[in-house]
Design a protein. Structure first.
Length: 626
């Protein structure tokens, strides 16, 4: 570890008996309700930290049985060591990372299945299950992503899943999303094939109709835009789902007020023989009081990037019924590419960032916000780390803006790259500084060697830590502040490549606070004050998720009177500010008056903060200060 490097703190860790899916950006992701999605080859785990719910701490963690089975296997088949020199390197590892004084955070999980014909038998079990899985026996899962909050019948998020056979499925919770199973409610791929829009663009070349029908039924990627931040249209969803297929077409959908999907357009986006491999929506930008625009960027299999502008306009019909009108512009080419496959794509402050093997590229135009540069930028990645699997050509699994000036790029080998001055003049930081984040994450991941099943340790005697590959499929930041990160990884080596049985393979899901000194954050008290005094509209995002980064950070600290006093003072100040609120709500729109008022939203956040303080590490200090 580098000198003076702070020690990371493990907030939560667990073992999932499964195999990692293909590394990608959306393998691990959070929704606006505070739920975390973890995609594996056959399952999707939907977990919620119990502190972000109204439920008590789970009695039995998800992976208790997994840990017991691991220990049983290790006792049955112990690793034989002939002498001390041949001992596995894990006996020489450094001390374990810090944990919260009150223990690691537990999770609640719910259950659903794709193509599960035995669902009834599973759900009728007398034993309540805390394990949530989505998956079928013969159809692997390729992609899963969240919808904006407030769309599901229960008021939460929906989930869109892409299977290996090209099926695009929408799932919704059967009641409480934290306790009830997730069920399939619609398949978009079949609907796209059967209802082409009249505005479809004709292909440049003719394709055999029968072949075209087959290719149209094979979806290649999906993308769901964020909610439109319109106060007057609060509660009326205007987000758009994009579903690309193997024929080079893209279908645009919306989840209408009738709680069913409606096709908006069907476009031929790519020439014959090409198709979209990845898509990403930008933020909705207001053009006027009623009109908002978002850009859909998509990567073509030939390495180029194209985009289309989508506009939605608020309209009021008969009986004051509100709806969104849809318009789109022509397709534009942003980059012709160099023939290399694009591995990841993301909009950050309306700056398009994409990666290829060994390089990172950026494009900023006049619509890019909070930055002073324009045009293209390209960076060549170097190898970070000397462990097995470390390579600048690994798949990129995450592109995160850690603060207004620092961009983090994470690869599947847990190699990390920091780009500084993102808002003014982007440039890669020295490798030694980027290495700090990678060392934190890898150090925590290697602690799970103690729970690796015995069959995976056969033949690994004497293998040093650098010989283990931390193969990671997903990485996501928790919230918009702080350094709390969650990722899914599997420890592999050349000696364990022959192990394919899922019974002997485990995915390690880890949530930790990375303490790299090169990544600076706004001070805790200052950031929390800004959040409470200038709160977000809490219709499309849970107040628990807004405060989650702060509460997780509090749990990683030692209890102190200063912290408790600071938090209590902030709550009291916000309560005094709320007391000055004029109770005369907007007579024309009660919903807007209740949910768009800053003082009421501050009060909601203060309530959640006070409840969390009573169950966190500062409970004694917080009560003593009251």
């Amino acid at each position: 570890m580098l000198p003076d490097q702070p020690s990371p703190t493990v907030i939560s860790s667990r073992n999932l008996q499964s195999t990692l899916s293909h590394p990608s950006q959306h393998t691990v992701s959070w929704n606006d309700d505070g739920q975390c999605l973890v995609l594996t080859t056959k399952r999707i785990y939907v977990s919620t930290p119990y502190l972000a719910t109204r439920r008590p701490k789970p009695i039995r963690p998800l992976d208790d049985r997994s840990i017991k089975s691991i220990l049983k296997l290790q006792k049955k088949n112990p690793v034989k060591v002939e002498d001390h020199s041949d001992a596995p390197s894990q006996t020489k590892r450094a001390r374990r990372s810090k944990r919260p004084a009150g223990g690691e955070i537990e999770w609640w999980t719910v259950e659903a299945q794709v193509n599960d014909f035995n669902r009834k038998e599973a759900f009728d079990s007398d034993v309540p299950s805390l394990c949530a899985t989505i998956g079928g026996e013969g159809d692997p899962l390729r992609q899963a992503l969240w919808s904006p909050s407030g769309i599901a019948p229960s008021g939460g998020c929906l989930m869109c899943i892409l299977t290996g056979s090209g099926r695009a499925l929408i799932f919704a919770p059967d009641g409480d999303p934290q306790a009830e199973p997730w069920l399939e409610i619609e398949e978009l791929a079949l609907s796209s094939r059967n209802s082409a829009s009249p505005s479809s663009s004709p292909p440049e070349e003719k394709m055999d109709p029968q072949e075209d029908d087959v290719l149209e039924s094979r979806s290649t990627c999906i993308a769901w835009s964020k909610h439109i931040p319109s106060t007057d249209m609060m509660g009326v969803d205007g987000s758009v789902i994009a579903v690309a297929n193997r024929s080079g077409s893209i279908a645009l959908w919306t989840y209408a007020a009738q709680k069913t999907s409606t096709q908006l357009d069907y476009l031929r986006m790519c020439p014959v023989g090409s198709w979209s491999t990845q898509m990403a929506w930008s933020e909705w930008t207001p053009l006027d009081e009623d009109t908002y625009k978002s850009r859909l960027a998509f990567c073509v299999s030939d390495g180029s990037i194209k985009a289309i502008d989508v506009t939605r306009t608020a309209k009021t019909g008969g009986s004051k019924r509100k709806s969104w009108e849809f318009q789109r512009d022509d397709i534009t080419t942003l980059d012709h590419g160099d023939g290399r496959v694009i591995t990841s794509l993301k909009w950050i402050n309306n700056v398009l960032v994409w990666t290829k093997a060994g390089t990172v590229h950026m494009l900023a135009d006049d619509e890019s916000r909070n930055i002073s540069w324009r045009g293209f930028r390209s960076f060549e990645l170097a190898r970070v780390g000397h462990w097995a699997g470390a390579s600048p050509y690994s798949q990129v699994i995450s592109i995160e803006l850690l603060n207004p000036t620092t961009l983090l790029v994470v690869q599947s080998s847990l190699s990390t790259h920091l780009i500084q001055s993102f808002d003014s003049s982007p440039a890669l930081v020295p490798i030694t500084e980027s290495l700090q984040v990678a060392l934190d994450a890898r150090r925590i991941s290697l602690e799970n060697l103690d729970t690796v099943p015995a069959p995976q340790l056969d033949g690994c005697d004497g293998l040093e830590e650098d010989g283990w590959t931390t193969h990671t499929s997903g990485w996501a930041r928790v919230g918009d502040w702080g350094r709390s990160i969650i990722w899914a990884t599997e420890l592999t080596s050349f000696q364990t490549l022959h192990i394919e049985s899922e019974a002997h393979r485990y995915v390690h899901l880890i949530m930790a606070e990375i303490c790299a000194s090169t990544v600076s954050d706004e001070a805790f008290t200052q950031a929390l004050t800004k959040t409470l005094r200038s709160p977000r509209v809490l219709v499309h995002i849970s107040p628990q998720y807004v405060l989650m980064p702060f509460m997780l950070h509090m749990l990683t600290l030692s209890p102190s009177d200063t912290l408790a006093a600071d938090v209590q003072e902030l709550v009291l100040l916000c309560l005094q500010r709320t007391a000055e609120y004029d109770s005369a709500l907007a007579s024309q729109n009660l919903v807007v008056g209740l949910w768009n008022d800053s003082s009421l939203n501050s009060l909601r956040l203060c309530l959640i903060l006070a409840i969390w303080c009573t169950v966190s590490l500062v409970v004694k200090d917080f009560r003593a200060k009251r």
